[in-house]
Design a protein around this ligand. Structure first.
Ligand code: ATR
Length: 296
C-alpha cells in the first residue's frame, strides 16, 4: 500500500518507538500513545528491544521500514550518536543521543534530556518561571554517571555560576569538566563524605545517582545547610517521592521529581516525528503516576 502524507507532510501511519535493553519497563509508550490519541494522529509508538550487538541492525531496519525515528535509552545513547549522520549541538557536545529522526535518507541525532530537565525546573513550558534563584546561585549535583552529563550541559546553558559536584568515585568528576570549559560556570569536585556541607548557599540540589530508586539504598544526607529558597530535584521517578524529596518537602523546599523530566524530554521527540507540539498536562501526569503505582 502506498503511504500517504498528512497535513504536516509526514507519512501516515507515522511510526516511532523506544530502543533500549531492557525496555520492558519504559513508560514512553504510555506518554506518546496519550498524545497520539489527544491529537487524533494516525501513528504508533512501540517498545523496540535491541541488544548492543543488534543495535545498528535494528536501527537500519527501522529506517528501511519507513519509521519516522526513535527514542534511545540505556545502553544505546552513545551508540546512537555514533551511528547518526547529523547531530544537533547537544548530542554532539554530550556524544550521546536520546532522539533519532530519520529524514531525507539521513539519521539525525538529538539530545532532549537537558531540555526536559530545564523545563521541569522552570515549572513547564507555558507557565512563568517560578523562581530563578537556582540559576544565580551555586548548584550542588550528586553523581557523575551518564545521567549527569545532559544535566550539567543544561545547567551550563542556564548560566549557573558554580557547580559543586560530589560523587562516590571522585575521579569520575574530572571526566565531566570538559562540559564547562570556555563557559562562565566553574566546577568544583567535592568528596562524597562532604556532600551535606557543600549545600551551603546552593539554590538547587540535583540527585543524578541511582540512590533512592526502588531496590536501592536511600540517598542519606542532611539538607540542613540548604538555604530556604533552594529547590531539590531528583531524577529518580520510581518511587515518585524519594526519601530525599520527602525530607525536602518536610523542610518546606520546592521539589521536582524525575517524572517531570521524563514527560518534558518526550515533547521535542513527539514534535519531530508527528509534527505537533504536545502539552504536558495534569491528566497525562496522572496517567503515568497511576501506572507507576500499579506496577511498583
Ligand atoms: P546513569 O547513566 O543513570 O548515571 P551510571 O553511569 O551507572 O548510571 O551512574 C550511577 C551513578 O550513581 C554514579 O554516579 C554512581 O557513583 P559511582 O560513580 O561512584 O559509581 C552513583 N551510585 C550508584 N550507587 C551508589 C551508592 N551505593 N552510593 C553512592 N553513589 C552511588
Amino acid at each position: 500500500m502506498m503511504s500517504e502524507k498528512n497535513s504536516n507532510n509526514i507519512k501516515t501511519p507515522a511510526k516511532a518507538g523506544i530502543l533500549g535493553w531492557p525496555v520492558t519497563h519504559s513508560r514512553s509508550p504510555l506518554i506518546h500513545d496519550y498524545w497520539l490519541k489527544t491529537h487524533s494522529i494516525d501513528g504508533s509508538y512501540e517498545k523496540l528491544p535491541a541488544t548492543s550487538e543488534d543495535f545498528e541492525r535494528v536501527v537500519m531496519g527501522l529506517v528501511a521500514a519507513g519509521y519516522a525515528g526513535a527514542n534511545v535509552t540505556a545502553p544505546h545513547k552513545e551508540a546512537a550518536f555514533e551511528l547518526a549522520d547529523v547531530a544537533d549541538t547537544n548530542a554532539a557536545r554530550l556524544r550521546a543521543a536520546n532522539l533519532l529522526v530519520f529524514k531525507g535518507g539521513d539519521i539525525h541525532a538529538a539530545n532532549t534530556d537537558g531540555y526536559g530537565f530545564l523545563q521541569s525546573l522552570r515549572g513547564g513550558a507555558d507557565e512563568p518561571e517560578i523562581d530563578k534563584s537556582w540559576s544565580t546561585n551555586p548548584v550542588a549535583l550528586l553523581g557523575a554517571g551518564g545521567a549527569s552529563r545532559a544535566i550539567i550541559g543544561a545547567l551550563v546553558d542556564a548560566g549557573v555560576p558554580e557547580l559543586r559536584i560530589s560523587n562516590r568515585t571522585m575521579e569520575k568528576i574530572d571526566t565531566l569538566r570538559f562540559l564547562c570549559e570556555g563557559t562562565p560556570t566553574n566546577i568544583s569536585a567535592v568528596p562524597w563524605d562532604d556532600r551535606a556541607t557543600m549545600l551551603e548557599g546552593c539554590g538547587l540540589l540535583v540527585n543524578t545517582t541511582s540512590l533512592g530508586m526502588s531496590g536501592q539504598p536511600a540517598l542519606d544526607m542532611s539538607l540542613e545547610n540548604l538555604p530556604d529558597f533552594a529547590a531539590v530535584f531528583d531524577i529518580v521517578y520510581a518511587p515518585l517521592e524519594t526519601p530525599v524529596l520527602k525530607a525536602a518537602k518536610l523542610r518546606g523546599l520546592r521539589t521536582i521529581d524525575g517524572l517531570s523530566m521524563l514527560l518534558y524530554q518526550a515533547v521535542p521527540s513527539f514534535s519531530a516525528w508527528f509534527g505537533v507540539a504536545p502539552a504536558v498536562t495534569p491528566e497525562l501526569r496522572r496517567l503515568v503516576v497511576t501506572n507507576l503505582e500499579e506496577k511498583s
